[in-house]
Write a protein that binds this ligand. Sequence first.
Ligand SMILES: [Ca+2]
Ligand SMILES: [Ca+2]
Ligand SMILES: [Ca+2]
Ligand SMILES: [Ca+2]
Length: 224
Amino acid sequence: MKSTSHYLRVLAFGAMLSLSASAFAVPIGGVEFPQGAVSFADSVVSYTPGLVGGNPTDPHRGAANALGIPNYNGVNGCASQAACTFVSLGDGGNIVLRFVDNVLTGSDSSALDLWVFEVGPDVEDTLVDISTDGTTWISVGAVGGSTAGIDIDAFGFGSSSAFAYIRLTDDTLLDGQDGATVGADIDAVGAITTRRVTLVPEPGALGLLGAAFAALMLVSRRRV
Ligand SMILES: [Ca+2]
Ligand SMILES: [Ca+2]
Ligand SMILES: [Ca+2]
Ligand SMILES: [Ca+2]
């Protein structure tokens, strides 16, 4: 019969394993983000829909739906902002997002560094600008609708660059649609090449760490 300390060791090992799982590359939305969920935009700085023309309807104006990992479920006509997985920019509108626990960096190669998850039945182009301070913007081109990536090294940046702000603007010249979800529809924005900027563990990770630590303490006490 196995001793209690054996089970405690297994418990501790399991907790450690779940903690380190986030360190492995996991494809999210079909794209590999080596840093996992931390790679995605964390807060909305501003949302200005329909600057040039048509405005999306209210259920499609939930700016926070562009945060976190992609979660588009194929539903395009939303009943409410809470039931929606994306935000529509409207004709010529824009949204400014911020990375809080990470920054976008270059890769020192032509590998893609930033990925915009644009969803829905229409392919709608989005102009992309990046910024270190949310005030001075640098254009890094456009993503051509659907989901698409950008290599910021092509614009003179590298692994020492650090951008916390992304501005996405619906390209009014390249689409002329209207309706409830007029303009580009943004589900998520992720930095493929990214660097964490804080070392504070998430509450869930803290709980796991605590459980692992308590189990280890019990094991060592029993050995005395
Ligand atoms: Ca993040
Ligand atoms: Ca790159
Ligand atoms: Ca749209
Ligand atoms: Ca979303």
